[in-house]
Design a protein around this ligand. Structure first.
Ligand SMILES: *Cc1c(COP(=O)(O)O)cnc(C)c1O
Length: 356
């Protein structure tokens, strides 16, 4: 098989998704399965649906097109604000989009009208992480204008934390979203379908609650990507209990395997990627090189097998200390990925993707 390659174990992804769907269902929370880190893989999308996610979500219209072209007909939400230059594709391919700008919502309405379709809108609210979102005090006026637009269905509100600034979901900000849901419903005499509380960073809050006893309030949906694919809690990158952390692994091939000194020699200047980090002298070591580098993944986000240490990386090479075991040329090494390494590998044309 060719290397480097991502091996994607659909059974493990199914187990992870199913487990989280069941744990959240107890709290009345549905799961939107987020496919963006898999480039909108139709196989992963189908697996998530079989595991019980209620809808799919992706940040890129190209990924949504890929899933549609492969016959995925479940509801899909575009979870990034649509670009004005892609409005038509959004209306054709996505059922719902997340929005924060009236100019965009107006354009979606016109496009939907022209095509004789209806497009759903979830308004994203800024609650402190300072990525996307309408400031809370401006939400009602935008809801009012959205409700007036033809061919637009106002579906609800959502928020996204723990991404740009690492703000954690808690009783306070989630309570604010719930209170906003109550006041919007009351002002406009409706009952919103969707109150989407956040991403994988919300799991701890949703499942374990907090000491304040505030409960989950009106939140009835979470959007999960990383927690399903990598089984990690993005707040602390700890594995989530009962889930497979190796549903997706990266396999790379050994191209050099030698005993070398651990210390470089000669005058030390900058490396290909900046300032070299200091190296502790361990005498001679088993220095093993993989055909894998910055052009394939984020080397900083890789975890090697036990007893193997990652020493460094360049565009095309990953350098390991393999301790007492010195692999042969052509051997393969399996690496675990964090989110950054996963998205880089998934989008690199040099890395194959193999479904297992
Ligand atoms: C990426 C993304 C998600 C999924 O985040 P994970 O941490 O992978 O669960 C959810 N919502 C939005 C708006 C996103 O951009």
């Amino acid at each position: 098989m060719s290397a480097p390659r991502l091996e994607i174990d659909l059974k493990k992804i199914h187990h992870n998704a199913r487990t989280l769907v069941e744990r959240l269902a107890v709290h009345g929370i549905s799961v939107t399965g987020i496919t963006k880190a898999t480039l909108g893989s139709p196989e992963v999308a189908k697996t998530l649906l079989e595991a019980g996610v209620s809808t799919l979500g992706d940040s890129r219209i190209k990924n949504i097109e890929r899933m549609r072209n492969a016959g995925v007909s479940a509801p899909i939400t575009l979870i990034r604000s649509p670009m004005l230059s892609q409005i038509e594709q959004v209306v054709i391919r996505a059922d719902i989009s997340f929005n924060t700008e009236l100019d965009v919502i107006n354009a979606l309405s016109s496009a939907a009208q022209k095509m004789g379709r209806t497009h759903g809108i979830v308004l994203m609210v800024e609650l402190g992480d300072l990525r996307e979102g309408i400031m809370p005090e401006d939400v009602e006026s935008i809801v009012r204008k959205t409700l007036e637009l033809p061919h637009i269905e106002f579906k609800g509100i959502g928020t996204n934390l723990a991404c740009r600034s690492g703000v954690s979901p808690d009783a306070k900000n989630m309570g604010e979203l719930s209170a906003l849901a109550d006041s919007v419903d009351k002002t406009f005499n409706l009952t919103m379908d969707i109150i989407s509380g956040g991403n994988s960073g919300n799991l701890e809050w949703a499942l374990n609650g907090d000491m304040s006893g505030a409960g989950i309030g009106r939140i009835n949906n979470l959007r999960l990507g990383e927690s399903i694919l990598l089984a990690l809690d993005p707040l602390n990158r700890e594995p989530i209990d009962g889930l497979h952390t190796d549903a997706i692994t990266l396999i790379a091939e050994v191209i050099e395997s030698k005993v070398k000194p651990s210390q470089p020699w000669g005058d030390i200047a900058q490396t290909a990627f900046g300032t070299p980090s200091p190296i502790t002298d361990q005498g001679d070591i088993s220095q093993v090189m993989l055909a894998l580098g910055e052009q394939d993944t984020d080397p900083e986000g890789l975890t090697p097998p036990p007893d193997i240490e990652i020493l460094g990386a360049s565009s095309d090479h990953l350098i390991l200390n393999t301790g007492d075991n010195r692999p042969s040329i052509g051997d393969e090494i399996e690496l675990q990925l964090n989110y950054s390494a996963l998205v880089r590998a998934m989008t690199s044309p040099f890395v194959d993707r193999v479904i297992t």
